[in-house]
Each structure stands twice: as structure tokens, then as C-alpha cells.
Write a protein of this length. Structure first.
Length: 285
């Protein structure tokens, strides 16, 4: 049985970290939902825009695997860049799409958690004042519609870099949104806040860079695993990232990655066949 997690929110949940800035995470036991079917995870996971990149979910899944060596985890990508909390209202397309995909995933998985990152689009114009109440309605609706009344809900804070980036003038209330999310985690059962303290951005000053997304995923898992908010960066987050990214690949995983490279035109057919032959020779008794 796959242990699945629903990914919802806006672009920093979808991921905008540059793919070339981090080592790829590839594990046959980490799945992602595509066309309502489970496939082995590759990044970008949440392809909502042509700019999709590294998000927090891959390292979250990798950290889960460190604690569940024999288990399978599945990611249900539903985040949409630029979406406001109003776009996630219970009568809207994004909410209905997430419920539909989660229900499709439940045919072959058990939903274990909801991962949320959203709020940049509600950090100006007085919008932050209503954030707590709107989030309360959305979380209750997800739990009710998916029949998971006690499921953990994990929400990350917005980056402190927002006020000084390219779009800084638009995020004057980001601290208020963070306070609302943290208060929500304090007052609602099985809800946890994850700090973005110390995380950095791409040059746009809006999106977490790839290494920060790797760290963020570790923090999200820490909240899920310990069932408590993460208010300071874990001391071992860099060590855990290396353990996840440098995990020895199985022969099957090595061959799968070679075939992906071939399909993308990155290696020639002769190179593909030679490298697969070497892998097969090494695993013969």
C-alpha cells in the first residue's frame, strides 16, 4: 500500500528551484500521480507551469523513506502558481481538482498528510487579515471531503526574503500571513507550522531556490514525523539531504535513468547499450 501525500498551494509548493542546482533524487519507491496513475517520481513533480522546478516534496519523500525503508510513498501534485487563498475556496476549480486527484490516488494508497504552502498572493492589500479564517474553512473541507478528519496538515512559512526581492513592494503583509499560519497550527488539531527561517531565494526574490527547497522538505517531514511545529532549522538537515541525494541506486534505477537520458537525447544509443551491459555484468552472480 502506497502512503500518499497531497501537495496544495501556489508556486513555492509546486517548486521553482533550478533543477541543475541540486543532485537528482531518484527512488523507485517514491511515486507521483500522473493521469491518475502512479509513476516513479522524477523532478519537476508539480508541472503547473513551464517554469516548474525543484520543490520541497522530493526531499520530504526522501526523508520519509529514511524512516520507512520497506515502504512506498506517493506524491499527489495539485499546487498552482500564483493562486490566492480565494482560488482554493471549496467551490473552486483548484479545490475540486485536488479532491478528485486525491480520491483517484486513494484507490491504491492511503492518504497520510496534506502539505500546504501558500500565502504570497495574500500578503498585500489587507488580505492577510482574513487568512486564518479562510484557511480554517479549506482545511475542514479537505478533511471532510476526503473522509480523513484527523489527517496531519503541514503548512510552511513564507520566506523573509520577500520584502527585499524584485517584487518586494507586493509583500508588505507576509509576516502577518506567517503569524496567521502559525496561529492556525497552534489552535487546530493535527496542524503544524514549518519555519522558512534561513532559507534563500532565486534571483527573483520570490521563489525558494533549489537547496532551500531541499531543506524545506526535511523540515516538513520533521513536523510530520514528530507531530509538532518546526520553529527552528533542524541541525542535521544538510546531513539528511546528502543521505537522500547520495543513496546508492539499484541496478534497475540506474538503467531507468539511462533510458530517460536516452529518451531526452542526452546520450547516444551505443552509450546507452554499453552502460546497461556494464550494469548487467556487475549484477551477475
Amino acid at each position: 500500500m502506497i502512503n500518499s501525500f497531497l501537495m496544495v498551494g501556489q508556486s513555492n509548493m509546486a517548486g521553482r528551484g533550478y533543477v541543475e542546482d541540486v543532485k537528482q533524487i531518484y527512488d523507485e519507491q517514491i511515486k507521483m500521480l500522473i493521469n491518475c496513475r502512479w509513476q516513479t517520481m522524477t523532478e519537476p513533480i508539480n508541472f503547473d507551469r513551464p517554469t516548474a522546478g525543484i520543490g520541497l516534496a522530493a526531499s520530504f519523500a526522501g526523508a520519509w523513506r529514511l524512516q520507512n525503508r520497506q515502504g512506498q510513498i506517493g506524491l499527489i501534485p495539485c499546487a498552482d502558481g500564483g493562486s490566492s487563498i480565494d482560488d482554493w475556496n471549496v467551490d473552486g476549480e483548484l479545490f475540486e481538482n485536488a479532491v478528485f486527484r486525491a480520491n483517484a490516488a486513494l484507490k491504491l494508497s492511503k492518504l497520510r498528510g496534506i502539505l500546504w504552502h501558500q500565502g504570497e498572493n495574500d500578503s498585500f492589500g489587507g488580505r492577510s487579515a482574513a487568512y486564518y479564517n479562510k484557511l480554517d474553512v479549506i482545511v475542514d473541507a479537505f478533511r471532510r471531503e476526503l473522509d480523513v478528519p484527523d489527517i496531519p496538515f503541514i503548512a510552511g512559512g513564507l520566506g523573509d526574503f520577500l520584502s527585499s526581492g524584485r517584487y518586494g513592494n507586493y509583500f508588505t503583509e507576509y509576516k502577518n500571513v506567517n503569524q496567521a499560519i502559525e496561529k492556525f497550527a497552534e489552535t487546530r488539531p493535527n496542524c503544524y507550522f514549518v519555519t522558512a527561517k534561513g532559507l534563500t531565494a532565486n534571483d527573483d526574490g520570490l521563489h525558494f531556490d533549489a537547496i532551500s527547497q531541499r531543506k524545506f522538505g526535511i523540515r516538513y517531514f520533521e513536523a510530520f514525523f514528530k507531530k509538532e511545529s518546526v520553529l527552528a532549522p533542524p541541525k542535521n538537515e544538510n546531513e539528511l539531504i546528502h543521505l537522500i541525494q547520495d543513496r546508492p541506486l539499484t541496478p534497475t534505477e540506474k538503467i531507468a535513468l539511462l533510458e530517460i537520458s536516452f529518451a531526452k537525447g542526452k546520450i547516444a544509443l551505443n552509450d546507452l547499450e554499453q552502460q546497461i551491459s556494464l550494469i548487467n555484468l556487475n549484477i551477475k552472480p
